[in-house]
Design a protein around this ligand. Structure first.
Ligand code: ADP
Ligand code: ASP
Ligand code: MG
Length: 408
């Protein structure tokens, strides 16, 4: 078989761990497989590099960030190649550029445009284990780009698709996909299988065990994706097509996203096109807006002709979003900007919701019982999301986990 194995930050977090990864890769080779390995930076490394840059300014140039951040993955990929060669297994490492990963120029969250499989395939043909530095590519002009946080998952899935791998294994520090983050709720249960769509929602809604774009890509390219632990040999979780899953639970999991901030715009001039102007400005700055709420405009007194708007963005985009909105404040189209970064998003995910009623009301009742105020709500066919105060995060996750009997 042709297998792509991706090892995350904790799995390559020390020289001892890299040694263990080398042994694991070697076992896979010795069972007769051809192996491409994708590695993350050592755990904590990317955050450390970000904090270095932020020592100088809260908004460092994105192009420089990419050169800085891509270094972490180059360290682990070359070290793993050195470790394998030392064990007598031919291996070579490739950067994103070397592996033929071409992206657009959207620095710090670039999209993969295409992958030239030749460098990897020819290195495999010469009997190498090929190790690719995850999380990075190169744009048209030859500039290094990175693929967004957690982007090594995307590197692995995209490479698996490009070289036609039979299997893509994501090795991490938990046994697979759980009903919720096992670090928050120890009663969480490991799932044997989950559909691409549910996993996509879980990942987009904060379950950082897989990067959401990697799941999107796996679905599109029909990559056989398995998440498992690099610390043991337990079977992991298979992520696959919904039709291949016999028993569909009503709710599959609870996700928590702490990387959330809410921007409230008070006294917005209620003219046609204002919402479009505001959100276009944010879109032009590549800022993803998630939930949006507009309150009913006031037709009386001092507030006549004014309305209020609130929306959420990820916390790391808050500074840039604020800058965008300040333009409207200086044009007197927005009176006040209210920032709240003490909020989180808690979500319930399950394909079973499509055919059952009462799932949402149970979520609201559970929050009410715990005395948690819901600040914003949004729903789709297979998810319900609520914005709540950050201090209630763990309580909300555990209460919902038990309300939907996920611990049973
Ligand atoms: P890696 O460094 O291997 O990429 P991550 O830290 O990105 O690992 O992702 C693994 C972590 O995801 C786990 O340690 C766990 O705390 C967290 N996690 C969040 N939600 C879930 C979930 N539903 N199932 C499993 N792990 C989850
Ligand atoms: N090292 C990068 C990050 O921490 C990419 C990854 O680990 O997948 O986001
Ligand atoms: Mg990760």
């Amino acid at each position: 078989m042709l297998i792509v194995q991706k090892f995350g930050g904790t799995s390559v977090g020390s020289l001892e761990r890299i040694e263990k990864v080398a042994e694991r890769v070697l076992e896979t080779v010795n069972r007769g497989n051809r192996v491409v390995v994708v590695v993350s930076a050592m755990s904590g490394e990317t955050n450390k590099l970000i904090s270095y840059a932020k020592h100088f300014t809260p908004t460092p140039e994105k192009r420089e960030m990419d050169i800085l951040l891509s270094s972490g993955e180059r360290v682990t990929s070359s070290l793993l190649a050195i470790a394998l060669n030392a064990k007598g297994q031919k291996a070579l490492s490739l950067s994103g550029r070397g592996a033929g990963i071409r992206t657009d120029s959207n620095h710090t969250k670039a999209r993969i445009e295409n992958i030239d499989p030749t460098p990897i395939l020819s290195a495999l043909d010469s009997g190498n284990v090929v190790i690719v530095a995850g999380f990075q590519g190169v744009d048209e002009k030859g500039r290094v780009t990175t693929l967004g946080r957690g982007g090594s998952d995307l590197s692995a899935v995209a490479l698996a698709g490009a070289i036609g791998a039979d299997l893509c294994e994501i090795y991490t520090d938990v046994d697979g996909i759980y009903t919720t983050d096992p670090r928050i709720e120890p009663k969480a249960k490991k799932l044997d299988v989950i559909s691409y769509d549910e996993m996509l929602e879980m990942a987009s809604l904060g379950a950082k065990v897989l990067q959401s774009r990697s799941v999107e890509m796996a679905k599109k390219l029909k990559v056989n994706l398995v998440t498992r632990s690099s610390f043991n040999n337990n079977e992991g979780t298979l992520i696959t097509d919904e039709d291949k899953i016999m028993e569909k639970p009503l709710v599959s999991g609870i996700a928590l996203d702490k990387n959330q901030a809410r921007i409230g715009l008070i006294g917005v001039v209620d003219r046609p096109g204002i919402a479009s102007d505001i959100f276009q400005t944010l879109a032009d700055a590549n800022i993803n807006v998630d939930m949006i709420v507009q309150t009913v405009g006031d037709s009386r007194g001092d507030n006549a002709g004014l309305t209020n708007l609130a929306f959420t963005v990820s916390r790391d985009e808050l500074e840039n979003a604020k800058k965008c909105i300040q333009k409207f404040q200086s044009k007197n189209e927005v009176q006040d900007i209210e920032i709240n970064d003490n909020i989180v998003k808690v979500s319930i995910v399950g394909v079973g919701m499509k055919s059952h009623t009462g799932v949402a009301s149970k979520a609201f009742a559970t929050m009410a019982k715990e005395g948690i105020n819901i600040m914003m709500i949004s729903t789709s066919e297979i998810k319900i999301s609520m914005i709540i105060e950050e201090r209630y995060s763990e309580l909300a996750v555990r209460a919902l986990h038990s309300a939907y009997e996920l611990d049973k």
